[in-house]
Design a protein around this ligand. Structure first.
Ligand code: SIN
Ligand code: MN
Length: 287
């Protein structure tokens, strides 16, 4: 019961989320829970599948997508009450998992994420009707000023979706098979990035904020907040999981070229939260 209340956001936290477009919750997952998740990474990063995106140099893993459907520990995380309950609270309805990704941001090698908003990708590529969707990030490593932390422009979500022109991002010499069109949403050159002038204007208006958070922290952020992260030149990895929960009242409309299921789930069943200790249980029967 005490746990249950801890996993609900307080009025003040909801207020912060609404005002700033994000809220950081520290000490959500224990060292043992983080360890259990981190142990999964080498195996997942070694799997050569379309779910895996490499950095531009073609060697280091940048992201893996959709592994909550295949990896039991990450499936459990995606159904953890520490994520699911705040998502339901913020969206005011039942939720389903829209997207699941692990961003590796490896020591010395992790590349930038240019300034962008998330909702524009989901609206233009996936037909998502409204921004009634929330990102919940879990830090698997400490995130600090050295290892490519997330930068926010606090309050910028209140601008709504900024309708920027799509950038030409893919390498012309590569075939569709080598570099599918959706890839440009996940490489360092993003399709809907914001130009420098726009970022300058938004920063003069709202300022900037750099996230500093120990491993095990949870960061909730709005799909319209302008954010970015610099490259990681430090010797410290900065892995995060980002689970995106969508309201079941905000199902995407049909689009001509739907992106793969591992990027945009069309499994609309509401998520049922597991117990708060689920990451540490040895043999959990999932259904
Ligand atoms: C990051 O992992 O630093 C950025 C992720 C994002 O833009 O969603
Ligand atoms: Mn983003």
């Amino acid at each position: 019961m005490v746990y249950d209340l801890m996993m609900q956001l307080t009025k003040e936290q909801i207020q912060n989320y609404n005002d700033n477009g994000f809220v950081l919750l520290t000490e959500c997952f224990s060292k043992a829970e983080v360890q259990r998740m981190k142990m999964r990474l080498p195996g997942l990063f070694a799997e050569n599948t379309p779910k895996r995106v490499l950095e531009e140099q073609g060697k280091t893993v940048r992201s893996v997508h959709g592994v909550h459907t295949t990896d039991e520990i990450f499936q459990r995380l995606s159904r953890h009450p520490q994520l699911v309950k705040p998502a339901i609270q913020l969206l005011g309805s039942e939720v389903y998992i829209y997207q699941f990704k692990i961003n590796a941001k490896a020591a010395f090698k992790g590349d930038v994420w240019e300034w962008h908003q998330d909702y524009i990708f989901w609206r233009k590529e996936d037909g998502l009707p409204t921004p009634r969707i929330v990102n919940i990030l879990v830090c698997l490593d400490d995130m600090n000023e050295f290892n490519g932390p997330l930068f926010f422009i606090p309050g910028s979500h209140r601008e709504g979706m900024i309708d920027v022109m799509a950038q030409k991002t893919s390498n012309q010499s590569q075939t569709e098979e080598e570099c599918p069109a959706w890839m440009s949403n996940f490489t360092a050159r993003l399709k809907y990035s914001l130009n420098q002038e726009l970022v300058g204007d938004l920063v003069s208006k709202y300022g900037t904020y750099s996230i500093k958070a120990p491993a095990g922290s949870v960061l909730l952020f709005d799909s319209n907040i302008v954010h970015a992260s610099p490259n990681n030149i430090s010797p410290f990895d900065r892995a995060v999981v980002i689970v995106t929960y969508n309201s079941i009242e905000n199902i995407p409309l049909p689009v001509p070229n739907p992106r793969p299921e591992f990027l945009v789930s069309r499994y609309y069943r509401p998520v049922e939260a597991l117990s708060e200790d689920n990451l540490l249980i040895e043999n959990l029967i999932l259904q």
